[in-house]
Ligand binder design. Structure first.
Ligand SMILES: Cc1cc2nc3c(=O)[nH]c(=O)nc-3n(C[C@H](O)[C@H](O)[C@H](O)COP(=O)(O)OP(=O)(O)OC[C@H]3O[C@@H](n4cnc5c(N)ncnc54)[C@H](O)[C@@H]3O)c2cc1C
Length: 378
């Protein structure tokens, strides 16, 4: 494959950068993006995404009939890279764009597509992901939330945990059990203002505002809330997760944070030590390896290849971030105590980088099974 960007891609990146420079407030890191899921960030993301959509920059890669511009998938990655450089000003809406939208295009009915894709493509809706439960994170098939058939649809009972942004979300993409068999799981599109839905925020590892428990107490939804076939939710989940896992360009932000740190070390006359320089060089190599692997995965998605590379890519990105976090804590520990907010933000948000969106160990398992043909453990 060809790794160089075309002139069109470079022009697109310049447009995105120009937009960000125009639209982000000067105190973005201090007062908006100081955490993940703060009220300030979510309020800002609503107006930011709407403007991004008005400029044709939110979902250019989507088909025109769904609100896009028939652009190519590379545009989505350029957009994500640029957004991640700025601590994701799209806030929770990256989920709608990255994987909920594609899942709706593939599995949604025309009525579901009409209702939801318009809102996502115009930047006017916040979604939450209702997958994990206390005993069902890595092992999602163990989930207990139930959706039972009623005369007009389903009645949902159960609870979800770790649900990012739920307290400010309009809709939740929910997994619930619809049969006795372990994998009898279905996907539902549920409005967060449905009677019986209760959100209980809890403090996360780094700050409050992001993480929540969501309770479902006799929540009635119509049949049209089901996406895909009943009991065949795995097909939807597998497809959605394949989009979710490569949609977050951590390597890009890591590289920018490393550059900012090296600039600080140079200013302070601390970058002549060969050990510091070699360590920084190694992180550059890891970030760039993760970047190129991501591009390979995007290319494979375009050409329809099914490989283990998305899991390898996720591991490589996590390795780059972990190495950088150790570098930061060794050479600029003040970043955790009110130092440069750009560096501090990265550190704080990446503490859970090997857990969210599929743990590091799970990726190793998948590489062992799918890539090396080793037997399943446990
Ligand atoms: C910041 C953050 C945001 C999140 N946002 C959301 C969200 O919006 N929506 C949502 O649904 N979920 C969300 N999650 C949950 C996340 O998907 C789960 O935490 C993750 O899937 C792991 O599940 P768990 O926490 O239950 O850990 P467990 O599955 O209990 O795993 C615990 C440890 O055991 C290891 N382990 C488990 N099984 C195996 C195995 N078979 N082989 C080897 N090791 C294994 C894991 O790797 C991990 O280290 C979020 C999590 C975090 C940290």
């Amino acid at each position: 494959m060809e790794f160089a960007w075309t002139d069109e891609h470079r022009a697109y990146r310049a447009r995105v950068r120009g937009f960000i420079e125009r639209e982000l407030p000067a105190d973005w890191f201090e007062n908006y993006a100081h955490g993940v899921g703060t009220n300030e960030q979510i309020d800002f993301s609503r107006s930011f995404c709407k403007k991004l959509a008005d400029e044709g920059l939110l979902v250019p890669q989507w088909p025109r009939r769904f609100g896009g511009a028939d652009g190519d998938p590379w545009q989505q990655f350029i957009l994500s890279e640029e957004m991640w450089s700025w601590n994701e000003p799209r806030g929770p809406q990256y989920m709608g764009v990255n994987w909920i939208g594609p899942a709706l295009m593939r599995f949604g009915t025309p009525a579901q597509q009409d209702e939801h894709l318009k809102r996502i493509s115009t930047g006017t809706v916040v979604w939450a992901q209702g997958f994990s439960e206390p005993q069902a994170g890595t092992d999602l098939a163990a989930l207990k939330t139930k959706a039972e058939r009623t005369a007009g649809g389903y009645k949902i009972n159960g609870m979800k945990i770790w649900t990012s942004y739920a307290r400010r979300a309009d809709w939740i993409f929910l997994l619930a059990r619809t049969g006795q068999e372990r994998k009898s799981i279905s996907c539902f599109l549920v409005p967060m203002n449905s009677p019986g839905v209760k959100v209980v925020p809890f403090p996360g590892l780094v700050e409050e505002g992001h993480l929540n428990e969501v309770y479902f107490d006799d929540v009635e939804v119509p049949e049209s809330a089901l996406i895909g076939e009943e009991g065949k939710g795995w097909n939807v989940i597998r497809y959605a997760l394949s989009y979710e896992r490569v949609g977050v360009p951590r390597y890009h932000r890591a590289r920018m944070v490393l550059d900012a740190t090296v600039a600080q070390l140079k200013r302070e006359g601390r970058f002549s030590d060969s050990i510091v320089r070699a360590w920084a060089g190694r992180i550059v190599a890891k970030c760039e390896a993760a970047r190129l692997l991501t591009y390979v995965v995007v290319h494979q998605r375009i050409t329809g290849e099914d490989t283990v590379d998305p899991n390898v890519q996720r591991l490589t990105g996590a390795e780059a971030c972990l190495d950088l976090m150790n570098f930061l804590i060794t050479y600029v520990p003040d970043c955790l105590a009110g130092g440069d907010p750009y560096i501090a933000n990265f550190y704080r948000s990446q503490i859970s980088g090997t857990i969210a969106a599929g743990t590091y160990e799970l990726q190793l398992d998948l590489v062992a099974q799918r890539g090396l043909g080793m037997p399943r453990s446990g």
